[in-house]
Design a protein around this ligand. Sequence first.
Ligand code: GP9
Ligand code: MN
Length: 412
Amino acid sequence: DGSEIADIENYVKADYKKPDPEMFGAAEGKNVVMVSMESIQNFVLDNDVEGNEITPFLNQLKEDKDTYYFPNFYHQTGQGKTSDSEFLLANSMYPLPSGAVFFTHSQNEYQASPETLKEKGYFTANLHANNKSFWNRDIMYNSLGYEKFYSLADYEVTPEQSIGWGLKDEFFFQQSVDHMKEMPEPYYTKFITLTNHFPFSLEKEDEFIPEWNSNDGTVNRYFTTVRYMDESVKMFFDSLKNEGMYEDTMFVLYGDHYGISENHNKAMGEYLGKEITPFESTQLQQVPLYIHIPGDGNGKVMDTVGGQVDLRPTIMHLLGIETKNSIQFGSDLFSKERQDFAVLRDGSFITKDHVYTDNTCYDKETGEPTEKSSCESFKEKAEKELDYSDRIIYGDLLRFFDPKTGQIKTDK
Ligand code: GP9
Ligand code: MN
C-alpha cells in the first residue's frame, strides 16, 4: 500500500534541487528534439585516428555560443541498453540491476515526462527505424505516455539505404524531417540512431575516415561509424536549418551507453596510451551531453558530474515546468544547489573528487586508490537510490502516488 512509498517520497523531496532562475523556462514553448546517439563515448570527442578527426561536427558544436556542453556526464544503463537509457530519460528512475525494465515492467504505472508534456499541450513522439516491438517499445511507449511512434513501417527502407541493423542514419534523419513537418507544435521528440551499433559495419563509400589498424577489428571500425554518425547529425541540423525548423527548437544530444566493452581493453589501452584500470573503465562510461538552444547565446561548459537520470528534471525546468512534486532520482543539471554525483547501474559512482568502483575508492585526479572513508557518505546515497528505484519498479509503487498534488494516495 501507500506506506511502502512514504520513505522514498521523503528521500526524494529532501533531495530536490531548486532550478537556477536564469535557466528555468529558458526553452519555454520551444519544440524539443532529442537525439539518442548510439554507442558513443566521450573518448572520441576532440580526438583523432592517425590524424583524422572523429567527431568534427560534435567538436564544433561544443564551441557554439548556444550550446551547454557537459563533459562529466555518464550513462547509467544496464542490460536493457538503449531501452534503459530511454527509461532513465522519461522517468528519472534507474533501470533494473538485471534484465530490461522495458520488457519486465511495461504494465506498471509510470508518471513519465511524455505524459506530463502531453497535458501541457506538447505532441510527443519517438522516431526509430526499427521494428516497433524491438525492446517491447510499442507497449512501453504507451505506458510512458508517448502519442506516436514512427517505427520501421513509417520509413522507406531499401537495401541500398541500409547497413547492419537497418536504415542508415542519414536516410533515417532525412525521412524523419518529413515526419516532423506533419507534427503539431510544440513537439517533444526523440530520434534514435542506429548505424553506430556493434558490430559497426559500414560500406567503403560511406566512410569519411579509414578504419584504425590495431588487432581489434571492433575498435578499428568503431571510429569509422562514429564519424559517420557525426556527419548524419550534422546533416540533420543542416536540413532543419534549411526548412526553417531549427530556430524554435531545443536540442538535447546524448550518448545512450558505451560502444566498446571491457573485452576490448587491450586495444583501448593502445589507443589511449594508458592501461585500462577499473578506474579508467569507469571514466570511460562518460557519454556526450549537449543542450543546444538556438539564440540563447549564453552557452558554456558545465562541469557538474551527472547522469542520464538527471535529464528529465533538467529538461522540464528548461521548459518552465516545475518538478518538485515528482518522484525522481535525478536533479536539474543547472541547479546551483546540485551535488556532483552519478551512480552507475553496477553501483560504481562518481563524485567531484572521487570514483568508486570494485570496492575501491579512487582519487579522481590521480586515478590512484585512496582511503575508503572518502567515498563512504556517497556510497550510502548510491545504494539507497538504486534500492529505492528498484523497489518502485518491483512493487509498481507509483500507483500509490499522485503527481498532481505530490501526495501519497491514502484511499487504496
Ligand atoms: C535497437 C537499437 C539498438 O532498436 O535501439 O539497441 P541496443 O542494442 O543498443 O540496446
Ligand atoms: Mn544502443
